[in-house]
Ligand binder design. Structure first.
Ligand SMILES: [Fe+2]
Ligand SMILES: [Fe+2]
Length: 184
């Protein structure tokens, strides 16, 4: 299969995966809130997915957003707010990690863990929607074919460095596995 050399189409495809991650996290939080058993190793898998998503998708996206800003100042405001959201997602992740460690030591300590899982899931959905709006702007047409090719080449390098043999396909399998296990 020939992969798209359209960097925005590439990110949109990843957004579909991110929406799956958001749904899977909501399912996990519902199960935790109901007092059902959730396996610590599954939560570790979820954290690895989030970590990889941050190191791949957000880093890749920063490159696209940077390139869009170079092409048109109309992107300055919206992109500043998107980049700030990347940072706040990283902060929620840090809080989530701290609460997960506490929960591993004491399974009764679920309240904040559930809150941060839900906050993270909600922020993903909301953020992706905002980004898709930015990607619809007519000024994205200012990206040249060469820009797209260069950006997608850099995406591939980022993924090879971060994921190595883990591959995106394996990451998607993990998301589906957790989704199936924790959805009603
Ligand atoms: Fe983003
Ligand atoms: Fe995104």
């Amino acid at each position: 299969m020939v992969e798209s050399a359209d960097s925005l189409a590439y990110l949109r495809k990843e957004h579909e995966i991110i929406q799956m991650v958001s749904g899977m996290m909501k399912a996990v939080s519902v199960r935790l809130a109901a007092g059902d058993a959730v396996s610590p190793s599954d939560l570790d898998k979820m954290m690895t997915v989030l970590e990889n998503m941050d190191k791949c998708h957000r880093v890749e996206e920063d490159q696209v957003l940077f390139q869009l800003k170079v092409r048109s100042h109309n992107f300055d405001g919206p992109i500043r707010s998107l980049l700030a959201e990347h940072d706040s997602a990283r902060q929620i992740f840090k809080n989530l990690k701290t609460e997960l460690d506490k929960w591993k030591a004491d399974k009764k300590s679920t309240q904040l863990l559930i809150k941060y899982i839900q906050d993270y899931a909600a922020s993903l959905g909301e953020h992706v929607r905002k980004e898709e709006e930015v990607f619809k702007s007519k000024d994205v047409g200012l990206l040249t074919e060469e820009d797209h090719r260069n950006i997608v080449d850099r995406f591939k390098k980022v993924e090879a460095n971060v994921l190595g043999t883990q591959t995106k396909g394996k990451m998607i399998s993990t998301i589906i596995e957790l989704q199936n296990r924790y959805s009603k």
